[in-house]
Design a protein around this ligand. Sequence first.
Ligand SMILES: [Zn+2]
Length: 396
Amino acid sequence: MTKTETLFYNFNLFDGRTSENETDAWFVVDENGQLKDRGTGHHQNFENEVNLGGRYVMPGFINVHCHITSHPDKFDGGFNVSETEAAVFGYQSLQQLLKSGVTFVRELGTSYDVDIKLKRLMKAGQLNHVPELQPSGRAFSMTGGHGDAPHAAFLVDSPDEMRKSVRQGLKNGAEVIKMMATGGVMTPGDFMADPQLSVEEMRTGVVEAHHKGRRAAAHAEGNPGIQNALDAGVDSIEHGFYVNEQEARQMVQQGTYLTPTLVAELVIPKYGHGVLPEWEIKKAADALDDTYKNLSKAFELGVKFTCGTDAGTPFNGFDKTPAEFELLTKLGMTPAQAYQCSSLNSAELCQINEDHGTLEVGKFADFQVLDADPLQDPKAVQQGDKEVYLHGHREF
Ligand SMILES: [Zn+2]
């Protein structure tokens, strides 16, 4: 029993692995911020004790798809800003993510490699109230492709260019590689059904990422781009709105994850009228019904879903992660299954599942404290004044 260990007690625990709460739970967090012991009912006494007053404890969220330098209220994607502005905005975005309960962020496309640079500052202990971060740096797109904007993308037009650029990105400090397999919602004249990077180009990116032990993700909203990305062997399909049965089966077989980013798609037709161009709203609205049908089917077929919100896209702020879970339940998931997209699947996708994701002994004490039971109602996680703990320290 040392001074730096803390006992948390008197709460209901959803650990992110099981589908039920443990009542009258307690755990001990050690000096490294990791769970040392856990149980229910009777416990030892400690010098540092926190009584959580019968509330609900669950893991902090892992959001695997964010753009911390993209401004949700500036509809050019925030690309026309200086590096200084992007960096300050990125820092604030991270703080907002943590406040909303996100304790680990995977970036998937950042201007000026701001995420890589912020991570260096984080490691040096120079940033406060920020979640852990897996940076991607710039994304990889074809000339004229999705996200082709100054400082935001490597433009590659052959497997050789992909090889060179991915090697450069990894050298710069990228810990995950993001490639554009299709067009998308946000760029005019750029549609979800447009195939963009070729199978060969993406396969080269996957190979180079895997050689360094890193994962490769593909932005793929429609077909045939989803199929192309799967044939290239990517580790996750991002968005996947038009995933079909054959592709879903291939994903199950290959162990490919799917990040549906439902909240990103929902907010555009909801808030966009009068603000965004009508073509953009129409593209998003047209896709909504199909999306829920296709993704429900993919979930039924056994595809592993992750939690990502595409934060930074229009109206899609850095406080929206909690809203994603209510939408995941609309795909046929129970609330526990929806949270497991984050606690289990997102942790595996980010290769951090050994010490992150669930609240089990040996893992980091990254958790949130809620007034209402999240397993009864997925809206419980949307509580604005929730408590958020990172490595056992209260951050918000
Ligand atoms: Zn995105």
